[in-house]
Unconditional design. Structure first.
Length: 299
């Protein structure tokens, strides 16, 4: 009796998928970030032989070298640079998928995470046409500024909106906030002094920890890869008083935009505006009860 293949792949394709693909990709990303085998081994908690084997297996499947090695110094090849963004996306999406926290709604990605201590995070990608729905003039103006500035952070056409946004840079430690606008949602929520303390802090150190980082990493990587924009609706709970740590319900729209620093490197811009009109699939609207009235960005 022939077995039934429910994978959607033919027998040959299914046989070619290595059982340790996730670990192989993780080894590739960490080595690409560090370009140092000893450091990568330490961060992975692995061995030199294992990391080398993972890289060799990926290179065998891709039929191309990922690294050039000269006197133990690693450097990404062109094929390695091309493979890295997709590898990051695969890893980020795998982290949330394995926990059952991702699903598709109308062809757009929905992410969610709930913790025993009451913290939760729901994120629904929305069509870009919703930028023009009129609810958030700031997000609309941010998109117009992004287009007219040709995606350049320091362009004169972007300066009007810059006080209302956050700017992130990618790093070996993940996404790091490097700029908080004085009129931004976060400044309005926490106050200027507390909002500035977010500068230089990796996403994993924000409320929600590594789970929060995983939820943000996937859309960030998507915008990084396509050099475009992405609109999301988010419902979560954020502490307002750093002393008490009390979690307060909050809903907002977020526009992510791929921009460039003067040296040509990626600057990821986040424009956030609070909202009472979210349409996240399957979310009980009672999750937004108790949302305060005074955190709207004034534009």
């Amino acid at each position: 009796m022939n077995s039934v293949d429910n994978t959607g792949l033919g027998e040959t394709e299914a046989e070619r998928i290595p059982p340790l693909l996730y670990e192989m990709v993780r080894s590739f990303i960490v080595l690409a970030d560090t370009l140092n085998l000893s450091q990568a081994v330490r961060l992975l908690g692995s061995t030199r032989q294992t990391v080398r084997r993972h890289i060799a297996q990926i290179e065998d499947y891709l039929d191309a070298p990922l690294f050039d090695v000269d006197e133990r110094r690693y450097r990404l090849t062109q094929r390695g640079e091309e493979a890295l963004p997709e590898a990051r996306e695969f890893l980020a999406r795998g982290k949330v998928w394995i926990g059952g926290n991702t699903r598709s709604s109308g062809g757009l990605l929905r992410l969610s995470h709930e913790t025993p201590n009451g913290w939760n995070f729901y994120q629904q990608q929305r069509p870009l046409t919703q930028i023009w729905d009129g609810e958030s003039p700031m997000i609309k103006e941010a998109f117009v500024a992004w287009v007219s500035s040709e995606g350049r952070l320091e362009h004169e056409n972007f300066q009007k909106i810059r006080p209302y946004v956050l700017v992130y840079r990618d790093s070996p430690s993940g996404w790091i906030c490097i700029e908080v606008g004085q009129e931004s949602f976060y400044t309005n929520w926490w106050g200027w002094e507390n909002a500035r303390s977010s500068i230089g802090r990796p996403l994993a150190n924000f409320p929600g920890g590594t789970e929060f980082e995983a939820m943000l990493d996937f859309p960030f990587r998507e915008v990084q890869a396509n050099g475009g924009v992405r609109l999301d609706e988010i419902v979560t709970q954020i502490p307002r008083d750093t002393a008490s740590g009390e979690l307060i319900p909050l809903a907002y729209k977020r526009l992510l935009m791929a921009s460039r620093f003067p040296d040509g490197s990626l600057a990821l811009i986040s424009a956030v505006d609070r909202s009472r009109h979210v349409t996240i699939s399957g979310l009980d609207q009672a999750a937004m009860s108790g949302m305060p009235d005074d955190a709207i960005v004034r534009f």
